[in-house]
Every structure is written in structure tokens, then in C-alpha cells.
Ligand binder design. Sequence first.
Ligand code: ACO
Length: 324
Amino acid sequence: MSVRMIGTGSAVPKLRVTNEDLSRIIDTSDEWIYSRTGIRARHIAVEETTAQLAADAAEAALSMAQLAAEDIDLMIGATATPDRLLPGLACEVQRILGATRAVAFDINAACSGFLFGLNIADAYLRSGVYQNALVIGAETLSRLTDWTDRGTCVLFGDGAGAAVVAVDGAEETRGILGMVQGSDGGRGMVLSCANRPLNNPYVNHGNEIPYVHMNGQEVYKFAVKTVPAAIMQAVEKARLSVDEIDLFLLHQANYRIIEAVAKRLGQPMEKFPTNMQEHGNISAASVPILLDEVKRSGRIKDGDKIVLAGFGAGLTWGAAVLEW
Ligand code: ACO
């Protein structure tokens, strides 16, 4: 028995905002942003919601998997930016799709959310509790961004990605081969965003809207050290060597982080497709959107061995090895 990924999908908002567009509203330049991050553009929600983007991505994944919404029995929504605190994202997507047989719930593991969701789905499916799962990473980070802070607002974008994972009784050696997860709450404040302030009959902390705060250099150091180690552990669990991996699909925070990871793993950049040029950093949505774009480009062949890796706020990190 194995657990295989049988469908992927993604969706981004219509509005495409380039670095030049941003330089008209804040003091920045394409040269500064591109040279430090690799980002050229991002898509920003205007009419779109996190739930509708997630549902569009999920529909595309179901279509590739040749499954109907009613075939799904587990739906996990990974997000830090749901449209509502209640009900959660996954329940909203369940309503939009009509996935009436599913149990639906959310997790928040920031940019590692899709990886953590995949690990949860894998555990449920392997233990026989469910058969077909939809794992969604969806964000409208533009709602958490301080659009007057040039140090952060140039980095993020909006969008959603989804994958269908299913139990495959016939294949022993394909599917999800190894996964690792980790977290370090002790360093959580290097990348944070407060919730709305505590405000009740006994205390009043005001009505200020909180935004994302980041110590970029600490995040950079964390990522280039932790991600290669997590990938090596996942590859070992899968009983493979890192040279046997065909593609590494990493969270799209920053091109320089990906170059540093590739160097530490001794792997060529050709094995590390990127899309932050077009999308910026979309937190939990970034890995499944990249996976979907690479899959639909025809670059993933049957039998290919693929690493997925996410890292971000928490701090959290996760890596998975799949044989397609
Ligand atoms: N345009 C122009 N100038 C800018 C901008 C901007 N958008 N943002 C900051 N600056 C200026 C600063 O004001 C500062 O100017 P000063 O020297 O006159 O004070 C100068 O550029 C350097 O600022 P730093 O914040 O020190 O910039 P740094 O070189 O560290 O680069 C960056 C910032 C790209 C975020 C870097 O720290 C990095 O790569 N961090 C990795 C973390 C990351 O990518 N996080 C994404 C989200 S987290 C995640 O998804 C895991």
C-alpha cells in the first residue's frame, strides 16, 4: 500500500503587480527587489477571496485526479490568511465544491503549511481512516502586509495550490516515500503577525490593525541551515541519495535562499525550478502552486523522484520525498 499524489491545481488573482508598479507607490526599485529576492511580480487579490482561490485550485486538482468532490473524504486547508476566523477555510471550500462526504479542517504552519497538511493526510490515509484527501495551501497575504513598509510588502503575493492524495493498494514503491517536520517556537518572533488586539470588558488594547514583522537576515540564516538538513533527513528516510532526486520544489521565499540550499546539497540549480519571479512568496500556497506549474509543464515524468520543502514562521519546516 502506498499514498500517491494523483492531482494538482492552482489559482492566482487576476491583478498582476510588477516591481515597477510598486515603485510608483513606495520608495523601491525593480533592481533592489530582483537582485535581493528574484521576484519580478506578484498577483494581488482585489475581488478574489482565499476560499474562492482555494476552491479553484481544488477543482483543477480534482479534475486531474479524475475524481468528483463527493469522492473526497478528508480536506485540509493550510493558511494563515483565511477570509474568516469562523468557519475555517477548508469548510468554506467544502461548501463551494459540495464535497459533502469530507471532514474539513484547517492548520496554520505558515509557509510549511502544505507540507504539514500532506504529512497529516499521509498518516490518515496510511492508517486506513480515509481514502482520498485534498490538501490545500491558500493565502491572501496582501491583507497582512503593511503597504508602507518596503522591507516586507515587496516580498509577498496571493494565490492557492492544491493536491489530491489517495491510497494506492497496488503500488508498493511509489508515492510518498519519506517526510520530516520540525518547529522551533523559541525563535518564533523573527517572523510574526499579531492577531487583533484583546478587547473585552476587562481590558482594552485598542483597535490597531496588526501587520507582518520580519527580521529578514535571521530568517535567511535559519532557512539556509535548516532546509538542507531537513531535505537530507527526508531523502535518507526514503532510502535514496540526494543525487537520485530529479527535482527539488522549495518554498519560494527568495532565490538566494534556494541557491544556498542547492549549493549545500551539492546539486545543480537546474533541479530547482522557481516561480517567485512571477508570484513572490505566497506562504502555504507557494509549494503546491510550483508543483502544479511544474507538473502541467510536462517536466514531471512517471517514476521521477521529487523533494518538496517548506519553511517559515513558527519557526517551522518540513520536507517530503515523492516518487511520481
Ligand atoms: N527597496 C529599496 N530599499 C529597501 C527595500 C526595498 N523594497 N527594503 C529595504 N530596503 C533598504 C533598507 O531600508 C536598508 O536601507 P539602509 O541601509 O539605508 O537602512 C537596506 O535596503 C538594507 O535593508 P535590509 O533589511 O538589511 O535588507 P537585506 O539586505 O537584509 O535584504 C531581504 C532583505 C531580501 C528580505 C533579506 O533579508 C532576505 O533575503 N531575507 C530572507 C527572508 C525572506 O526572504 N523572507 C521572506 C518571508 S519569510 C519566509 O517565507 C520563510
